[in-house]
Design a binder for this molecule. Structure first.
Ligand code: ADP
Length: 177
């Protein structure tokens, strides 16, 4: 179900499996430009995700609360299984937010932005470069490093780190291990 909004609204879509300080940095940097940012968890490839939608949402909300109320109040979290542009139209958002890390992100982001523009010319994709301290941080790398016992402190919020460790411990003690 779409979140009710008013004012200048932007949608920040992604997997957020789980949220990292790289994602939070993008949100914080875009926040002064908008009245509201909706973090939109894409659920169309949910089966391949480590955390369920509900878990990801709770992790995001808790991480935002830890960043301070002012931030938490301007950000909403929702999920959608369809096209991001359809969701954006539904909530009256004119902007889709994305972040760019290495060159490897470029092609994918360019294709997505152009495809979305073709689908909905009135909605603009806005992309910012990753901050230097987070340019190498991805949810995937965080999961890999944590599962191999590496330290990810400072790259993901504490609540996310705790949940990730718990999830990985549970997985390794499950059937077949
Ligand atoms: P997706 O599965 O759509 O790539 P992600 O959750 O991995 O979703 O990322 C959502 C968006 O946030 C993407 O535009 C991605 O490039 C960006 N992003 C992810 N991590 C970072 C980071 N550390 N710094 C800047 N942007 C990032």
């Amino acid at each position: 179900m779409a979140v009710k909004t008013s004012g200048r609204v932007a949608v920040y879509p992604g997997s957020f499996d789980p949220i990292t300080f790289g994602h939070i940095d993008i949100v914080k940097r875009f926040l002064p430009l908008f009245d509201e940012i909706i973090i939109l968890i894409a659920t169309n490839n949910d089966k391949r995700s480590l955390f369920s939608f509900e878990e990801r949402k709770e992790l995001i909300l808790e991480a935002l609360r830890r960043q301070g109320l002012e931030i938490a109040e301007k950000i909403k979290v929702d999920s959608f299984a369809g096209l991001t542009v359809d969701y954006a139209k539904k909530v009256g958002a004119r902007s889709i937010l994305r972040g760019l890390r290495a060159v490897t992100d470029f092609e994918y982001e360019q294709v997505m932005a152009n495809m979305n523009r073709q689908l909905a010319p009135e909605i603009e994709t806005l992309i910012v470069f990753a901050s230097p301290e987070f340019y190498y941080v991805s949810s995937r790398a965080i999961k890999e490093v944590t599962s191999l016992g590496g330290r990810v402190t400072g790259l993901i919020p504490e609540n996310v780190e705790a949940a990730l460790k718990k999830k990985i411990m549970l997985a390794s003690s499950g059937p077949g291990n």
